[in-house]
Write a protein of this length. Structure first.
Ligand code: MTE
Length: 309
């Protein structure tokens, strides 16, 4: 993002059995991904594993989903390389199992949760979301996940908690060095993190999340530019002060804390008024809050969104 310019950018009810089978498949798939992690890229042939019957969400868009191949080969995941094709070619650099996610900081019940236990916290939902990248492209992605609020509420936030910091996995021996200050970090205000649209994703297209999309668990915040949705999370930390994200550290004038999709506030180097939906020829108008204004505009009542970009 930093080193590119715009012109460079080319079932409603789930049964316990379904849930159980979905988890078994997740564990089996995670195992085969771990094995794949020990092989050279050309040998990686982990078959995608379905996550079972998923609860449909009223928050899903009816727009057509972007093709699976584009969703899984046109990625930003700088730890695995800075070109769009790098993350899917370098999946052997991240082993998504075993994996634990910590919820910590200003909570009364901090815990480390194994990924298979995270799947038991709530029924897995399919959420088909529009995603808009700050670079000017967009996709529609059928995520699978649970609301982040489920995990945060169980940890029992303390009264002084006002923000949430997200920390991605980083292994210097296998991942990109330089470019950003690692590990990749992001932040949300606590009310944004508790918003029902904010998802912890563990899959897409009904299957276990591919490494390049942030396996085994990532954040998805559909009304913000894509970089807010941190991948391969290891820690979710409730804090008092507004965290500084990796992109804000790298270029504070370009990437602010809020980073709400806003066609009226340009990036300093290019307009944000339009976007190219991957797979479509002509550009479309970018919508305020990426089309989620009805659900989220009230979070920002009274705020000057040019100043708090
Ligand atoms: N998370 C980590 N850890 N590292 C990254 O480089 N890139 C961000 C975000 N999350 C990134 C990350 C950016 S810029 C975007 S647009 C989205 O992931 C891309 O997600 P996708 O590849 O699943 O579409």
């Amino acid at each position: 993002m930093l080193i590119r310019t715009a012109s460079d950018i080319p079932s409603s009810e789930i049964t316990p059995e379904d849930l159980y089978q979905g988890r078994r498949r997740f564990i089996a798939q995670a195992g085969s991904l771990a094995l794949a992690g020990t092989l050279a890229p050309a040998q990686v042939r982990a078959a995608p594993a379905p996550l079972g019957v998923l609860t449909k969400s009223p928050y899903s868009t009816n727009e057509a989903s972007t093709h699976y191949k584009a969703v899984t080969t046109y990625n930003n995941f700088y730890e695995l390389g800075t070109d769009k094709a790098d993350p899917s070619a370098n999946t052997h650099r991240l082993k998504p199992t075993p994996w634990t996610l910590r919820i910590e900081g200003l909570v009364n019940k901090p815990r480390s949760i194994a990924i298979e236990d995270l799947l038991k916290l709530a029924p897995l939902e399919e959420r088909i979301y529009r995603m808009r990248c700050v670079e000017g492209w967009s996709m529609v992605i059928p995520w699978v996940g649970i609301p982040l609020s489920t995990l945060i509420r169980q940890a029992d936030p303390q009264g002084s908690a006002r923000f949430v910091e997200f920390v991605s996995h980083y292994d210097r021996s296998t991942m990109t060095r330089g470019v950003l200050e690692w590990p990749y970090t992001e932040g949300l205000r606590l009310d944004e993190a508790l918003h029902p649209l904010t998802l912890l994703a563990v899959g897409l297209y009904g299957e276990v999340l591919p490494v390049q999309n942030g396996a085994p668990v990532r954040l998805v915040v559909p009304w913000k530019y894509g970089f807010k949705s941190a991948k391969s999370l290891v820690s979710i930390r409730l804090v008092e002060r507004q965290p500084v994200s990796a992109w804000t550290k790298a270029a504070p004038a370009e990437y602010g804390f809020f980073s709400n999709v806003n066609p009226e506030v340009d990036h300093p180097r290019w307009s944000q008024a339009t976007e190219r939906r991957i797979g479509e020829f002509s550009k479309r108008r970018t919508l305020m809050f990426n089309g989620y204004a009805d659900q989220v505009a009230s979070l920002y009542t009274g705020m000057d969104l040019r100043r708090f970009y």
